[in-house]
Design a binder for this molecule. Structure first.
Ligand code: IMP
Ligand code: MG
Length: 179
């Protein structure tokens, strides 16, 4: 019994992309300090690697939201399970996410953060899956754009599995009952 995994982006390709994103962010935030808001759990692998590639000072903060089933999500409500422990007023915030799919989570979350009056608020996502977008989200930094497939690895999970894969893969779940 095994799910089928097909590699989409190798470890090396991801590392190169993160290096480029880090260089771009470092350039754009010259003379400023960044507060990175990492969305748990999926984005933590990406956020740590990205932070290491940024040359201006970076503070790491963490937040966790619920991912509801489709019915609840369609009401537009996303629950914050773990909030930031400091105010973000007048800070330069980069929200770091693993993947933007329908966009509902980020649409809602960015609105909440905007109300806290940061100096600036940008969004960086490792992956963008635009085919299923229903809520508008402005993505400032993107690693890779992906088709409407179920993706795992580098922080992304399938039923809490595969987050620790060093690469990004498409998963086809095993439907069989045997072994
Ligand atoms: P949305 O943009 O509000 O639909 O939700 C995005 C969240 O759904 C992400 O933070 C992921 O946790 C999860 N998600 C969406 N697509 C995938 C995928 O292909 N693999 C793993 N998680 C996904
Ligand atoms: Mg997530």
């Amino acid at each position: 019994m095994a799910d089928k995994l097909e590699i989409m982006f190798t470890e090396r390709k991801i590392a190169n992309k993160i290096k480029k994103l880090g260089a771009q962010i470092s350039e754009e935030y010259q003379g400023n300090e960044i507060t990175m808001v990492c969305i748990l759990k999926g984005a933590c692998f990406f956020a740590c690697e990205l932070a290491k590639r940024i040359t201006v000072p970076v503070q790491m903060e963490f937040m966790r939201c619920s991912s509801y089933g489709d019915e609840t999500i369609s009401s537009g409500v996303v629950k914050i399970i773990q909030d930031l422990d400091k105010p973000i007023r007048d800070k330069h915030i980069i929200v770091v996410e693993d993947i933007i799919d329908t966009g509902r989570t980020m649409h809602y979350l960015l609105e909440i953060l905007r109300q806290r009056e940061p100096a600036s608020l940008k969004l960086c996502s490792l992956l963008d899956k635009p085919d299923r977008r229903v809520a508008e989200v402005n993505l400032d930094y993107v690693g890779f754009t992906v088709p409407d497939k179920f993706i795992v690895g580098y922080g992304l999970d399938y039923a809490q599995k595969y987050r620790n894969l060093p690469y990004i893969a498409e998963v086809t779940p095993d439907e069989g009952k045997g072994e």
